[in-house]
Design a protein around this ligand. Structure first.
Ligand SMILES: NC(=O)c1ccc[n+]([C@@H]2O[C@H](COP(=O)([O-])OP(=O)(O)OC[C@H]3O[C@@H](n4cnc5c(N)ncnc54)[C@H](OP(=O)(O)O)[C@@H]3O)[C@@H](O)[C@H]2O)c1
Length: 320
């Protein structure tokens, strides 16, 4: 990929999109473009087609999506399905129409069946029933994967998908109604510490296992894939996408203890088992990406420290 290629990052203001933008700039890419929501609502086909016709990028990264934790996924089921379907379908079809040379679509590990064999290999896609709480989101993301694959098979488009594990880092969503587990824990322990509370309530049993990746590592993996992998490399191996993960997982209770220690909260942790746990274990098998030559480099502890530093420095401006 030439350093002067025109690269569109859809979702450039989000946690992932902004990290990918920083990583591309650091690598010397000079021609990055964005779509602002007031210029084009990505759910609106005409606005997306007009933008793409006017700007004609060479490369497109789809990091725009309606994203949230278990509660948001389960409550706004219609929006999670509709918004995500429209965003990806509009961007992928518009890319084909204007001749985009390479497109990377980002999904997430919730595309996999609830009881997928662990660690989860790419082949597990569509091999079982999905977790109910995030089924609409997962169906939308699976459709995005299949759009990229089908556009490769029908039109020869160099479009493919990567499924990152759980991510966290600067720019994350710390709104307790909508956030994922790690930023929610950070906010709860921070507030517990500042108010002098003697306990913090953590949703679920604490026993489920998850893999967490620092978003700067994910951004490095995205740049690696854009530079080194093509659609043919993926589909001709008989898979429809590639996993991005660290290769190891922790229980939510171990994560909670780590966040608690880093923040310095002195009280107790109480687990609220009436709240949903989600899938019992979700560890992605990232061996394909590792074999290609990419590994994550930021440990969980270091990533949480960096994220908490960012949280403290930005706490007045955090809107969510
Ligand atoms: N966060 C994770 O743990 C995680 C894990 C695995 C995969 N991923 C994937 O990474 C991608 C990005 O996630 P993220 O955590 O960066 O989410 P995020 O911080 O919420 O960012 C999402 C971005 O999408 C934009 N967007 C949403 N709806 C839009 C619309 N209708 N029109 C225009 N822009 C719209 C948002 O724009 P505004 O800023 O204007 O709202 C925002 O910039 C998603 O595909 C997600 O599945 C995330």
């Amino acid at each position: 990929m030439k350093k002067t290629e025109k690269i569109l990052i859809a979702g450039h203001k989000g946690m992932v999109g902004s990290a990918v933008g920083r990583a591309l700039k650091a690598r010397g890419y000079t021609n990055l473009i964005n779509i602002d929501r007031n210029e084009a609502d990505l759910r609106n086909q005409q606005q997306v087609f007009d933008f793409m016709e006017a700007n004609r990028p060479d490369v497109v990264i789809i990091a725009a999506a309606k994203v949230g934790g278990i509660m948001a996924n389960n409550t706004y089921r219609g929006e999670f399905l509709y918004d995500n379907l429209m965003i990806e379908a509009n961007l992928i079809e518009a890319s084909r129409r204007v001749g985009v040379k390479k497109l990377l679509f980002l999904g997430s590990s919730c595309i996999y069946p609830k009881f997928a064999e662990q660690p989860i290999r790419e082949e597990s896609l569509l091999s079982g029933t999905l977790e109910f709480t995030n089924e609409p989101y997962a169906i939308a993301k699976i459709t995005g994967i299949k759009l990229c694959e089908s556009y490769y098979r029908q039109y020869g488009c160099n479009y493919f998908s990567a499924m990152p594990t759980n991510l966290y880092g600067p720019g994350d969503n710390f709104d307790l109604e909508k956030s994922h587990v790690l930023p929610a824990l950070m906010r709860k322990f921070h507030e517990g510490k500042t108010t002098g509370s003697d306990h913090v309530i953590v949703w679920g049993t604490g026993t489920v296992l998850r893999d967490f990746m620092y978003v700067e590592d994910l951004a490095s993996a995205v740049v690696f894939l854009l530079e080194n992998v093509s659609a043919a490399d993926i589909y001709e191996k008989g898979i429809s996408h590639i996993n991005i993960g660290t290769g190891s997982d922790v229980t939510i209770s171990a994560l909670a203890e780590l966040v608690k220690d880093i923040i310095g909260f002195q009280g107790k942790i109480i687990y609220d088992a009436t709240k949903p746990d989600g899938t019992p274990r979700k560890l992605m098998d990232a061996s394909r990406l590792h074999e290609l030559g990419w590994e994550s480099s930021v440990s969980l502890e270091e990533g949480i420290r960096r994220t908490y530093k960012w949280f403290l420095e930005n706490s007045e401006n955090i809107k969510r």
